[in-house]
Design a protein around this ligand. Sequence first.
Ligand code: MG
Length: 353
Amino acid sequence: MRITSVETGRRPVHLRLPFRTALREVKDFEVVTVRVLAEGGVTGCSEVVGTARITGETNASIEEAVNAVLAPVLIGRDLGDYCVALADTALAMVGNSTAKCGIDVAVHRAVAAWRGTALSEVLGATLRPIATDVTVSLATPSDMAAEASRRVDEGFGTLKLKVGGPVALDIERVQTVAGAVPGNVALRIDANQAWTARQALQVIDGLVLAGVAVEFIEQPVPAADLAGLAAVTARSPVPVVADESAHTAADVRRLADAGACDVVNIKLAKCGGLQAATEVVAVARACGLGLLFGSMLESGSGVAATAVLASRFAPDQVHDLDAGWWAETESAAIYRPPFVLCDDKPPDAPSMQ
Ligand SMILES: [Mg+2]
């Protein structure tokens, strides 16, 4: 069953609330849709979004990469050889991980459609509800506490608090939220690269002194500051998660060699899709690092694909897959706090004519 064409388009996504981190504020955005078509009416679709501050890509650059570079490598290839075809697309250009992710997920879904099965079966996973945290946007301490209480009332038991300096204000933010929610609610902190190593340790020490327990601290320092990340990890009593520092399997190997984190946040858009994420998982496991599956601010389509991987590799953890919750209307990943439920039914069997 040969791949005949690849199409891209756009779709708007409206958020129920503004999403604010130390890096950016997002209200509404567009996703790039990628559709892989094969003989016999077989199709597979994906949705991705350019996040320039993290992968260096925009929606326009994703469309150009897909249409001008990646699609020509795929067209004419057999779906039965999809692993080889995807490996070849990954080698066709440096970087552009989100564009590669769009191709990778669409091809995997085309394979599922061709076989008349679900994506989870293609990936060797038993699909189950995946627990997720929910993000509380960066704001004043009292506004964050109010948002945190709303999310807890909706059923979330794990909150990811966005922080971003200054140190004293960040300590106050976390302390105020901790005082506003029940003691059994787990708090995670994500600085999105906002601190120096020294500031990160000041925040951690301040929280310990205040008696505020946090589950982990994510990406405290800039992505390229491996030494800073290692210094925080060496001294912190709280586990450190690498996100912006950990895109590919090679990144994870470097982080492990430097002792620079305890856990990696794996996102399809950072590594290049499902096939590449499986390599990241293998390296992280081999190096003794924990796994957290996360998503960009994207649609439920990408979250659903990631949740399948979480089902396969770390089904019992609370992951970071709330992106679809932020979108007003989604179908591929349904949120029933605190779970992501994927719409991963086998597609209708394709026509064989
Ligand atoms: Mg993060």
